[in-house]
Design a protein around this ligand. Structure first.
Ligand code: ADP
Ligand code: ZN
Length: 520
């Protein structure tokens, strides 16, 4: 089987060898087994279902929520000589009917379908009359109600297991956290699926995060020092800052173009095509740019404003260095971004539970920004992966940051979490540490705790930073529901008992805020 797969890889797709876990997934699915594939963006998920579909009799049905990308994928397959088609709302009824005829005549090897179309009774009965090689559920995390990509239609996909028990199913995603994984297994009936989890590490990416002090200028220095003449993406939060930054860079002599949803489709298309074609273009964009962009030699991704979460950051930075050559992930962050993101969160119409989860994700992102540890270790730990040694290829590894012996501060913080019953978030814990007699402190009697007011040596902001760092380093855990409740972890015991010391990073935003106040 593996030999046949290899042959298809080389003759149809023109690649010399499989990457990572591709060969194992393909073997499993081609033999008729189910699989759950977790691979980072750019990891090569498509071949994991395309090749088994070519190796098995019948058609591989691919469920994808990204209607905009279906046509590109199908065109690429057709160019390789693979009989592929797609069905979604962009087709006329005549076109759709032609695809359905081809399906029933057994003329297709791959068929991409939007979930809402797949789930119509009519289409399901059509499928029952076709020979099916497999089902692939792409972007399978869309079935998770907690994720930001939730698609209600995905909940209906469990019907595939019931209606077509003999057809192998493969679910694929780049979202790896444990909770999402469990939901996928449950909701897509993948109890018998073998999990294939790739490492999310991108060793050729160098992570750098600097406190913001004139982000455009900081970016320009970085660009001139490391990537003059290289292609890259600069992410900003708003259309306005995209426009401003692009214009500013052009003035500074950088070949830069803007990209955001406010530009006409024609302009966006033109800018995207130039970016793909040219070697040295800097695309200044909102996160609208990048999904499905396959340019292997992007040399850097820069965030001049904070991404929404570490998942977002990972996805966006993952667009750099797909060719495996050294590339940079550069980010500036400042308090103003945190305030903006918190405000956006507060104003959003999302359900409370989702808002709480988003708030927790923001805290994790800040923990990453402020960490004194190897950034790659922190990033991978967030995705449930352990990197044994510091990476040697991130800013904190290359130039150790300003730290202080935070053992006592950490002990005070952890004790306060314990004394207050592990039922409160950073705000209340900080109030107790600072000895603030808030109504809540008073009504709970927390002013009588032995830790009340023991934290006068640090500011409120510094305590927040300490707590975030403790979360980021695994000494404290937050609740899964996203209330922000802090709890101890097994790791915290040696620290509390004084068997371990801990260095913490001085809060760079606090230092900067002080300087700004002093400077008037
Ligand atoms: P994902 O869906 O995981 O983001 P893709 O399937 O789009 O990733 O693959 C990302 C890129 O890697 C594509 O350009 C693809 O052609 C390329 N690729 C995938 N597998 C291989 C391989 N075995 N050898 C070389 N290139 C590969
Ligand atoms: Zn490192």
């Amino acid at each position: 089987m593996l030999e046949r797969a290899q042959h298809v890889l080389q003759t149809v797709f023109g690649y010399p060898a499989f990457r990572g876990l591709q060969a194992q997934v393909i073997e499993r699915v081609a033999r008729g087994g189910d699989a759950l594939v977790l691979m980072p963006t750019g990891g090569g998920k498509s071949l994991c279902y395309q090749i088994p579909a070519l190796l098995r009799p019948g058609v591989g049905v691919v469920v994808s929520p990204l209607i905009a990308l279906m046509k590109d994928q199908v065109d690429a397959l057709l160019q390789l000589g693979v009989r592929a088609a797609y069905l979604n709302s962009s087709l006329s009824s005549q076109e759709a009917a032609a695809v359905e005829r081809a399906l029933l005549a057994g003329e297709l090897k791959l068929l991409y379908v939007a979930p809402e179309r797949l789930l119509t009774p009519r289409f399901l009965s059509l499928l029952a009359r076709a020979q099916l090689a497999l089902f692939a559920v792409d972007e399978a995390h869309c079935v998770s109600q907690w994720g930001h990509d939730f698609r209600p239609e995905y909940l209906g996909l469990s019907v595939l297991a019931e209606r077509f028990p003999g057809v192998p199913r493969v679910a694929l995603t780049a979202t790896a956290d444990e909770a999402t994984r469990r939901e996928m297994v449950e909701r897509l009936s993948l109890q018998r699926a073998q999990p294939f989890v790739s490492s999310f590490d991108r060793p050729n990416l160098r992570y750098t995060v600097v406190p913001k002090a004139g982000a455009k200028g900081q970016f320009l220095s970085f660009y001139r020092a490391r990537h003059q003449g290289g292609a890259g993406i600069v992410y900003c939060l708003s259309r306005r800052s995209v426009e401003e930054t692009a214009a500013w860079l052009v003035k500074a002599g950088v070949e830069a173009l803007p990209y955001h949803a406010g530009l006409s489709a024609a302009v966006r298309q033109e800018h995207q095509e130039r970016f793909l074609r040219e070697d040295a273009l800097v695309m200044v964009a909102t996160i609208a740019f990048g999904m499905g962009i396959d340019k292997p030699d992007v040399r850097f991704v820069a965030h001049l404003e904070l991404p929404k979460s570490l998942e977002g950051y990972y996805q966006e930075t993952g667009r750099a260095g797909r060719d495996g050559d050294p590339a940079d992930a550069f980010m500036t962050y400042g308090l103003e971004d945190v305030v903006t993101l918190r405000r956006l969160l507060a104003q959003s119409n999302a359900p409370e539970a989702v808002k709480r989860l988003e708030a927790r994700k923001l805290e994790a992102l800040l923990g990453y920004c402020e960490t004194a540890r190897c950034r790659r270790q922190v990033l991978l730990a967030y995705f449930g992966e352990t990197l044994a040694e510091p990476c040697g290829n991130c800013d904190t590894c290359l130039a150790p940051v300003d730290t202080f012996d935070g053992t006592v501060a950490a002990q005070k913080a952890l004790s306060t979490v314990v004394r207050t019953g592990q039922r409160f978030g950073a705000g209340h814990v900080t109030d107790v540490l600072l000895g603030k007699l808030t109504p809540r402190v008073r009504s709970l009697g927390h002013h009588e705790l032995s830790t009340f007011g023991i934290g006068g040596e640090l500011s409120e902001r510094a305590w927040r930073s300490v707590l975030r760092q403790l979360v980021a380093a695994g000494y404290l855990a937050t609740d899964a529901e996203g209330y922000g409740t802090l709890k101890l972890t097994p790791r915290s015991t040696p620290l509390l008992k004084g068997q371990e010391t801990l260095r913490l990073r001085r809060d760079p935003t606090a230092a900067k805020a002080k300087a700004a106040v002093k400077g008037g």
